[in-house]
Design a protein around this ligand. Structure first.
Ligand SMILES: *[C@@H]1O[C@H](CO)[C@@H](O)[C@H](O)[C@H]1NC(C)=O
Ligand SMILES: *[C@@H]1O[C@H](CO)[C@@H](O)[C@H](O)[C@H]1NC(C)=O
Length: 383
């Protein structure tokens, strides 16, 4: 056909153009080449996802990833897939804005398996990582991990680690300062970008889990309340830290104190990162000796969502020795009795019923505790 058209006695330009036109055979070769190339790329990317991205891709998304290259642009996948690279280029303002997107239709059009976001606020390394690796093993798709280290720290986890490439863009965070709350909000905002994350737990490098994953997952996801410590302390370290300039947004009656180590659901997480009413009050009027990380979230959440709070933290800390810092446990502390004495006979309310599992995590544990913890964990921690 092309040659016939070429012979058309029309203009010279037509002839020239038509000479360059590919023959059907060439076209087929060309298409085949693209098909092979496309297939190759999909096979490689599927394998890459299997290899590197299993943790990122929940069970829901995984089943949809047959041909990611062809589907991506116009299917629902684009809106439900978690970010593949946590080291994004957004600044905090951009990140918080993006993270505040909330669907108005509450029913998800997909089978959404709720995940728990484990958010590690650390100075640098995670010395207890091997214990956590063991804890997470076999529960892919039910959790996601985020690490906010000091900005100068370069993580060196290997590809096989659950912490590999789970670091988020971080900034300096100082104890008792607003920069600490900023780091926590940054962790929440990054974790909110994955729509499967439903519950958000803040942890540190010195925290350990006290139960196996199944128990912790059930306990948190089936709770009607979020576990944020919040109590009204009439003393100098409670109400004594209140500043009258916070009126009328925050009154003395509103003022709460609680442990920094919170657990919140998705709704509360969004309310924390979108807050521009209470944030400036705490930033400007809760300065040392008002330790803002002990007051901001407990007070703000108690004002906005009192009926959604359990008013207690899931993270056990030993303050019995007195002083400004809690006890740290090392190698010689870790025995069977240590766990039996502290955690076997607890009692608290869980969904308004008495329960003897009250703490799911504990701190503070020194790096030297790792070895005995690994030895005892199958027996005393259940994993
Ligand atoms: C978790 O611990 C509970 C109680 O200790 C046990 O019944 C359950 O089998 C454990 N689950 C796994 C996955 O090990
Ligand atoms: C937590 O405290 C608030 C008051 O700040 C209260 O309204 C709420 O009922 C408490 N939550 C539970 C589970 O008792």
């Amino acid at each position: 056909m092309a040659t016939q058209e070429g012979k058309d006695p029309g203009s010279v330009t037509t002839v020239r153009l038509n000479q360059n036109r590919p023959t059907p055979l060439r076209l087929i070769q060309f298409c085949l080449m693209f098909l092979v190339l496309g297939l190759g790329i999909s096979i490689v990317s599927i394998n890459m996802i299997r290899f590197f991205g299993v943790q990122n891709v929940g069970p829901v998304a995984r089943s949809n990833i047959i041909f990611p290259c062809f589907e991506e642009s116009d299917s629902i996948d684009k809106w439900i897939r978690p970010p593949s690279n946590l080291m994004h280029k957004m600044n905090d303002r951009e990140l918080f804005w993006r993270a505040s997107f909330v669907p108005r239709i509450k029913q998800y059009p997909i089978k959404r398996v709720p995940k728990i976001a484990f958010m590690f606020l650390t100075k640098g390394p995670l010395p207890l990582a091997p214990l956590w690796e063991r804890f997470f093993k076999g529960h892919e798709g039910l959790y996601s991990i985020y690490v906010h280290p000091s900005p100068s720290y370069v993580a060196d986890f290997t590809q096989s680690s659950v912490f590999y490439k789970r670091q988020i863009p971080s900034q300096v965070a100082q104890w008792g300062m607003m920069s600490m709350c900023d780091a926590e909000r940054r962790l929440l905002a990054n974790a909110l970008l994955d729509i499967s994350n439903e519950r958000f737990v803040l942890l540190s490098e010195s925290c350990i889990p006290l139960h196996n994953f199944s128990i912790i997952y059930r306990y948190i996801t089936r709770s009607r309340y979020s576990f944020t410590g919040a109590f009204d302390d009439p003393g100098p370290y409670g109400r004594g830290r209140y500043n009258w300039n916070m009126q009328p947004e925050v009154t003395l009656e509103h003022w709460r104190k609680g442990s920094q180590w919170f657990e919140v659901n998705r709704r509360l997480a969004v309310s924390i990162i979108e807050d521009d009413i209470y944030y400036p009050k705490f930033r400007d009027f809760c300065r040392p000796g008002c330790y803002v990380d002990e007051h901001y979230f407990p007070t703000m959440l108690s004002i906005r969502f009192p009926q959604l709070l359990a008013n207690r933290s899931l993270t056990w800390t030993d303050w019995s020795r007195g002083g400004a810092h809690p006890a740290t446990f090392g190698k010689s502390d870790i025995t069977n009795e240590f766990f039996e004495r502290r955690f076997a006979r607890q009692s608290c309310l869980y969904n308004n019923q008495p329960n003897n599992v009250c703490s799911l995590f504990a701190r503070k544990f020194a790096p030297s505790a790792l070895e005995p913890l690994l030895a005892l964990s199958p027996k005393v921690l259940g994993f």
